[in-house]
Design a protein around this ligand. Structure first.
Ligand code: FES
Length: 89
């Protein structure tokens, strides 16, 4: 599967609005983290859509190693430094 880049070793805290759709950056290359800016072209990664069921605070994964895309699952505790590669299976 595709390689990803660690954008941040912690989650991004975002206030989402009920009914809105957000496109989480999976590749780690976006300049508008944690959201897609189209930089994934040619990486084999695609953004992951998230539809907010409530207006609330959510924590989008910044390390790109979560198993619960697009939200943080604590996997950032085992990834390398910012800019390192994450192998996804
Ligand atoms: S930032 Fe927490 S799992 Fe990626």
């Amino acid at each position: 599967m595709a390689e990803r880049i660690v954008a941040k070793k912690l989650p991004y805290r975002v206030e989402v609005e009920k009914g809105e759709t957000y496109h989480w950056c999976a590749c780690g290359l976006s300049k508008t983290q944690p959201f897609c800016d189209g930089s994934h072209g040619g990486t084999g990664n695609e953004p992951v859509a998230f539809v907010a069921e409530e207006s609330e605070m959510v924590f989008f994964c910044g390390c790109k190693a979560t198993k619960n895309e697009p939200l943080c699952d604590g996997s950032h505790g085992v990834v390398g430094d910012v800019g390192s590669v994450v192998e996804m299976d």
